[in-house]
Design a protein around this ligand. Structure first.
Ligand code: SAH
Ligand code: SF4
Ligand code: F3S
Length: 443
């Protein structure tokens, strides 16, 4: 298929790193078919919105964004495509509710995007509107052989597995991204070599359940070690793992390979065994703690981070206190803490009442954030007086006079730039002289 004029596409990405990575795939798929991309929405013939469905807040953000696009579309011709998890989750309901949408495509259907967009552009030119939907989930699609059109920078995302079979009762991901499937390691390694040839310094391996990666003889420990062995690489990260898949070989690989970052994101979700069981997480609070201890024993300087949900169905004060106690015991380096948000289709939505009042969810989140902030501050102060290796990412958000980079453990460091230039992608050592719960200050 060839298109007469080069349509300009603008893409906006919401949600997690997997969506960032998918947007890079979409850019590659569309460029192959003669579309070009623009950063400037005002100049775009097509606006694509890659969406997230994980919490109701994510939906709200996207609805607000779509109503902005409605105003744009009143003023000039525009094709609007909605991609990603919210498209997959709400399907035709979304298209009916939002007449401005011309194309809907879910995470496994992006190969169909070029033809759907071309049809939408053509029908618009002829003065009518034809909607196009591609919403089938696949058991096999891994987009092998499509080299992502990467956003330039220091880090290259590589999706190594897609979907999720865990069906944690609160979570919409198995419904928006379908069954779990791992990519051929050869194609992953090819992609890694290509990214390194283009001078990306860090590779982050992605999957909703990344450590359950399996392809024939290959498990995640073998895969991450093979990536870390590639010439030119400085750092390898991975996200998100599930606590159920941490064999000793993986912990060993992280501990011993100099290029594998000593950071493990270990989602806890709750400290109450009753709630963990209802969530379908397959571990108890004690088992979580002992895994954290095992990881720390083998990787002494490891940075451990987590996700926690407050106010899941039937969560009592006692359950919440169990989470507080576990957080205090575990002394993790930082945590993302969320209010439970009921999602359509999920096991929890079908089986349990969303019965914790919203204000109580909010109170519990605030309380836990306060407790974790103190722990994080304390943990970060351990670095004061130490010299650390930083991978420079660019300017600090606050001021272009400050540089910003990450430690091996993924903690943000800022410093005054002064005379010595620090190009993104370079490794530097910084002496840490101060720390807050969010940032280390270096010189
Ligand atoms: N696959 C990853 C996480 C996916 S979503 C994993 O298993 O760790 C990221 C985080 O969002 C989850 O860890 C969870 O804490 C949170 N989350 C997921 N569904 C949610 C919901 N319905 N309400 C509130 N938080 C949720
Ligand atoms: Fe969702 Fe659980 Fe799968 Fe993570 S492991 S994506 S929380 S179902
Ligand atoms: Fe959101 Fe889908 Fe990622 S629901 S968190 S964009 S997998």
């Amino acid at each position: 298929m060839m298109i007469k004029t080069l349509p300009q596409v603008h893409i906006e990405t919401f949600g997690c790193q997997m969506n960032e990575s998918d947007s890079e795939l979409v850019r590659s798929l569309l460029k192959q078919e003669g579309f070009s991309f623009t950063e400037d929405r005002e100049r775009a013939d097509v606006v694509l919105v890659n969406t997230c469905a994980i919490r109701e807040n994510a939906h709200k953000k996207i609805y607000a964004h779509l109503s902005e696009l409605k105003t744009v579309k009143k003023q000039r011709p525009l094709v609007v495509g909605v991609l990603g998890c919210m498209a997959q989750n709400l399907k035709s309901e979304l298209a009916q509710k939002e007449p401005l949408i011309d194309v809907l495509a879910g995470p496994d259907s992006y190969r169909q995007l070029p033809s759907l967009l071309a049809a939408a552009l053509e029908s618009q030119e002829q003065g009518f509107s034809q909607k196009g939907f591609a919403l089938d989930l696949s058991e096999y699609e891994t987009y092998d052989g499509i080299m992502p059109d990467r956003v330039t920078g220091v880090n290259a995302w590589i999706t190594v597995m897609r979907g999720c079979d865990n069906f944690c009762s609160f979570c919409v991901v198995p419904y928006t991204r379908g069954r779990e499937r791992s990519r051929d390691p050869e194609s992953i390694l090819l992609e890694a070599r290509e990214a390194l040839a283009r001078r990306f310094k860090q590779i982050t391996l992605l999957g909703q359940n990344v450590n359950s990666y399996r392809y024939g003889e290959w498990d995640f420990a073998k895969l991450i070690s093979a990536i870390a062995d590639q010439p030119g690489i400085e750092r390898v990260r991975f996200t998100s793992p599930h606590p159920k898949d941490f064999p000793p070989t993986l912990i060993e690989a992280i501990a011993t390979h100099p290029k594998i970052c000593k950071h493990v994101h270990l989602p806890l979700q709750s400290g109450s065994d009753r709630i963990l069981d209802m969530m379908g997480r397959t571990y108890t609070g004690a088992e979580y703690l002992s895994l954290a201890e095992r990881i720390r024993a083998i990787i002494p300087d490891v940075v451990l981070t987590t996700d926690i949900i407050c106010g899941f169905c039937s969560e009592s004060d006692e359950d919440f206190q169990a989470t507080v106690r576990l957080v205090e015991q575990a002394q993790l380096d930082s945590a993302y803490i969320f209010k439970y948000s009921e999602r359509k289709h999920t096991i929890a939505a079908r089986k349990y009442a969303d019965d914790v009042p919203d204000h109580l969810k909010g109170q519990r989140v605030a309380k836990l954030v306060e407790i974790q902030r103190a722990i994080t501050g304390e943990r970060n102060r351990r670095y004061i007086g130490k010299t650390m290796e930083i991978l420079v990412e660019g300017d600090a958000t606050r001021s272009s006079k400050q540089g910003m980079g990450k430690t091996d453990g993924n903690i943000t460091v800022v410093w005054e730039k002064g005379t010595g230039h620090s190009e993104p992608g370079t490794l530097m050592t910084k002496h840490i002289f101060d720390a807050s719960a969010a940032t280390l200050y270096g010189k």
